[in-house]
Ligand binder design. Structure first.
Ligand SMILES: [Zn+2]
Ligand SMILES: [Zn+2]
Length: 115
């Protein structure tokens, strides 16, 4: 996400809240939503369909800040940072980010999710 500071716009990861240092690899989703490489690495390891008790009390549906899709069904695998549980990345975005980081010659990352 982006926020205005006195010295300009600061970009930070929507999932862990880390401010971007202009070096750290990140992928951008819609409307300035950002996922950093560290979060992606956690996401590919921890992506899962939550137990029903963890999901939203009535529907389990969620909104992904990266693709802006709403009402994503409860059985779609997703990932959220343990400290920022309200930002939830959907499987599609995690796969896309995995592919994007994997293809980027400047990023030391090997794609881990098969298409
Ligand atoms: Zn992050
Ligand atoms: Zn998404």
């Amino acid at each position: 996400m982006q926020r205005e500071e006195t010295d300009g716009i600061v970009i930070s990861c929507d999932f862990c809240g880390t401010d971007w240092d202009e070096v750290k690899p990140m992928v951008e989703g819609h409307r300035g939503a950002v996922l950093c490489l560290t979060c992606l690495m956690h996401a590919v390891e921890q992506i899962e369909v939550p137990e029903t008790s963890d999901a939203d009390s009535t529907t389990g549906k969620f909104t992904c800040p990266l693709c802006r899709r709403e009402n994503i069904p409860a059985d779609v695998p997703r990932w959220s940072h343990p400290n920022h549980g309200d930002a939830i990345a959907c499987e599609d975005c995690i796969r896309q980010a995995d592919g994007a980081f994997g293809k980027d010659p400047d990023v030391d990352y090997v794609s881990r999710l098969d298409d």
